[in-house]
Design a protein around this ligand. Sequence first.
Ligand code: HEM
Length: 223
Amino acid sequence: MNTIRALFTVSVGKKIVMGLTGLFLCLFLIVHLSGNLLLFKQDGGAAFNEYSAFMSTSWLIRVMEFVLLFGFLFHIVEGIVLTIENRRARPHRYALNDASSNSDWTSRTMFVTGSIVFIFLIVHLNTFFVRHRFLHVEETMYDSVVYAFQRGWNGWYWAFYVVAMVLLAFHLNHGFQSAFQSLGLNHKKYTPLIKKLGLLFAIIVPAGFASMPIYFYFQQFVK
Ligand code: HEM
């Protein structure tokens, strides 16, 4: 069996794909959040629009978008496969100890939180990425963001983001440390530190993203 095929069929290979794509997506979240912080610059959206124009014209970003797309696809497909396998194995686990029922519960919550984040992603890409990249709407990216968070879905679009970010937090909290474990980076000394780092990451990153819809939604009432 060749190495690539083993990554998708052998249990340890699947875990490696899950761990590597998970960490890659975490890295993407840091980059995406950093760029989006330009939304808070009090310049009427000039810096954010400039950044957004760079994102849609740079060939390097285009290449990275394909890498990102495959990262998401591999992560989602492997996540579904691992969940199905865990479920199939469940009947044999009834008589076992708490640790195994815990891991079953965790994998189910990972599937549920991951699925909701996936729905969020579809809605999110449709609102900004697809409308600008493929439908070439006239408005600037900054105006699209402000409109979506202040008026979208009869004023509820922002709330959907906040709920999705809470679920993203749960997904990241388990996913971050689990990625290290899947890659075999398990150590008595470092694992507790990785768990703490994961918790910090799972709070700071979703809170940073959630601060944007909250800020723009409430901004319209204080003007
Ligand atoms: C409130 C928070 C967020 C805001 C304001 C925001 C804003 C945007 C905007 C304006 C774009 C279009 C970029 C362009 O084409 O120039 C975009 C793209 C994208 N967003 Fe977000 N985003 C947020 C949260 C998230 C989260 C939490 C995820 C992942 C779970 C995510 C994933 C993506 C992806 C995959 C793309 C397409 C790739 C890219 O253009 O970089 N976004 N986002």
